[in-house]
Design a protein around this ligand. Sequence first.
Ligand SMILES: Cc1cc2nc3c(=O)[nH]c(=O)nc-3n(C[C@H](O)[C@H](O)[C@H](O)COP(=O)(O)OP(=O)(O)OC[C@H]3O[C@@H](n4cnc5c(N)ncnc54)[C@H](O)[C@@H]3O)c2cc1C
Length: 522
Amino acid sequence: MADTFDAVLIGAGHNTLAAALHLAAKGWRVGVFEQAATAGGAVKTGEYTLPGFRHDWAAMNLSLFAGSPFFKAYGGELARHGCEFVPVDRPFCSSFPDGEWAGVSTVGDETMDAFRALSPGDAAVWQELTSRFGAEAPHLFGLLGSEMKLRALAYFMFKTLRAKGMTGTLDMGRFLLSSPRAWLEETFAHPHIRALLGAWGMHLDFAPDVAGGAMFPYLEGMAGQAFGMVIGKGGADTIVKALVAAITARGGVVETGASVTRILREGGRATGIEMAGGRRITASRAVIAGTSPKGLRRLTGDTAPAFDRAMDSFRHAPGTMMIHLAMDGLPDWRAGTQLQRFAYVHLAPSLDQMARTYAQAQAGLLPDEPILVVGQPTAFDPSRAPEGKHTLWVQVRMAPGSIAGDAKGEIAARDWTQAAEPFADRALSILEAHAPGTRAKILGRRIVIPLELEADNPNLVGGDQVCGSHHLSQHFLFRPARGHADGSTPVANLHLTGAAVWPGAGTGAGPGYLLARKLAGK
Ligand SMILES: Cc1cc2nc3c(=O)[nH]c(=O)nc-3n(C[C@H](O)[C@H](O)[C@H](O)COP(=O)(O)OP(=O)(O)OC[C@H]3O[C@@H](n4cnc5c(N)ncnc54)[C@H](O)[C@@H]3O)c2cc1C
């Protein structure tokens, strides 16, 4: 195998793969080197419980990928390499302890009916918000898809001012700075509707009281209503398999089981990489690290003091525990059988409970009542399980990376290997309370503790599923650090990409695609 490339990319997360495909399409010879046995990073699928039951290891919801500028450019090519999605018309709902529920559905008037049953006033607000979304979306998505440079921001501000005037622009600025609770409480009256939407903040480290988080409940709610959700046919890895095939077809190389231990430099420029075992690969134009900031530091050693300090102090969010279940049937939700037809059922009963859970995890405590995201992929894609059977994808949010104690005072273990079973049991008891009889339907299960997520993919530090908090001090111009939101580093030819770089986590391929376009043109 040749050991010289135009660009060498470290890690085969979907961002580096997206970058590699764009560079290859521009004529660059690319080599991607991944330490794990399988490409994909946080986007992987496998039979983690029983034969015939396919589970998404981490990401399940591919809406960001399917709606991304990258997919717009390369969707046709990926489809030719087997990428296939399954549309979801009922993206998410919440089940509440009092037996009520609320959900967002693209089917007929279902959302309005569910909201009206709880609060006619909130239903009217929802209608108003959804009718304005078409006009708002270009501004917000424009911002999230834009390069994070002062010039690009100035252009964005100019366009927004022209379209919305000073008042509208200031209102939008206030909204972008708001916490989920501030926006939800001033917009909706019913606590269940606030909780239904507020749960989306928890996917991204935005507990209800964290400034800058209002955008996520809003965008996920509106996008869910307008477009539903998409998941991968047969598993989320459909995108990874297609990316790898497309890169290979363009002459690129994706090598797994290849742990990069050092970035090589000569005269202030990155010149290649070294792998465990000493093998060296040369990069003539770019070394692109799809790592966490701390992972980058391990590979570079010292670069420039301010940059190194910023990478060392990059903050991670609390972790996640995953529970994969092979099931004899879907849960019998107490709130009604209609909940079986939603992709995600959130068990996050109130903004106060979410705030408490987050504070506990931040303090290193196992939360007394973790938030659950119960994914029901086989409700839409039966190919993932044997006939008549199902899988559940249970995300347990928030969990501390290292355990200082138990907020409920029941679990004595401070070691994740011993705390895993009782904490998973706590999570499954919550599920059982919302859907009695679920435990009896479990045919097989696999618990993935935060440390196992990190062992599989070192970017998920402490099981942090977003590779770094998106709080305002680490977002926009500051992700991962001031002056480096475009992935640049103090070392010439060395670039950082992936979830730690603007626009951040999720499967939208934004960091990788923005970087590749910067390097090779549009
Ligand atoms: C449990 C969980 C659930 C999630 N759910 C969703 C969801 O439903 N929808 C969504 O949009 N997002 C979701 N996310 C977030 C999303 O999956 C990630 O933000 C995204 O996939 C990150 O992609 P990436 O390209 O930055 O790299 P990653 O996917 O983090 O991959 C990085 C790769 O680099 C490799 N690597 C690191 N260091 C080295 C080295 N030194 N040498 C070689 N290889 C190296 C790693 O092994 C890994 O394969 C979830 C994340 C997790 C963990």
